[in-house]
Design a protein around this ligand. Sequence first.
Ligand code: 5GP
Length: 236
Amino acid sequence: MQKGQMVYEGKAKRVYECERDDAYIVEFKDDATAFNGQKKGSITKKGVYNNAISTVFFDWLKQEGIVTHYIDTLSEREMLVKRVRIIPVEVVTRNVAAGTLASRLGLIEGEKLKQTVVEFYLKNDELGDPLINHSHAVALELATREELDHLERTALMINDILYERLHTKGVLLVDFKLEFGVTAEGEIVLADEISPDTCRFWDEQTNEKLDKDRFRRDLGRVEEAYQEILHRIQNK
Ligand code: 5GP
């Protein structure tokens, strides 16, 4: 399928129109940013790995009845997805304390949370994606309370599916960020990507980080981490 006009360029992806008016082509880039764009770089073949990794995760979720924007994988870097309006709320789900949760609440990185935490962040680069609660989201008309409850329940279901399946691959799902969109028919579906850019994955045995934190913290072997995740989830 031919790419048409580019409709959006983000930090890690470009989105194009195509011959289907109900679909877009997403192209995964190698560009990497961190700390709200303050750190910039490139990870060799990241776009190829993230396209393949997201394909596997969307497939796992489809098998379990979760509706996503995923239609097909077109090439090494291209995915065909349903056209949606992205809801400007990032939904973060956490099993283990890390990142901003650990620093905000003074928790030790690696501490297992007694209960899974779901958080909402306003998707706004200029403001640095601030943490918001239900009433902020409703007041800003980002989503209704019912929609927020649906996002939270769906995020928890996705967490259960991915956590268990990754566990069989020796991978601990520490936390991850999801984005949802609304189709022309008004259905809320999981959108964006699920990859080492948007998740924290640790090796269960060694706690070695297998995600973008290797880039954020200059830990080296960044490309190898993405490759390792793809390798583990592709192996039956
Ligand atoms: P934290 O709030 O600890 O920085 O991030 C929590 C989780 O959500 C991590 O897995 C992180 O990769 C993901 N995440 C949060 N915000 C963003 C974002 O703006 N972009 C991406 N790619 N991932 C994010």
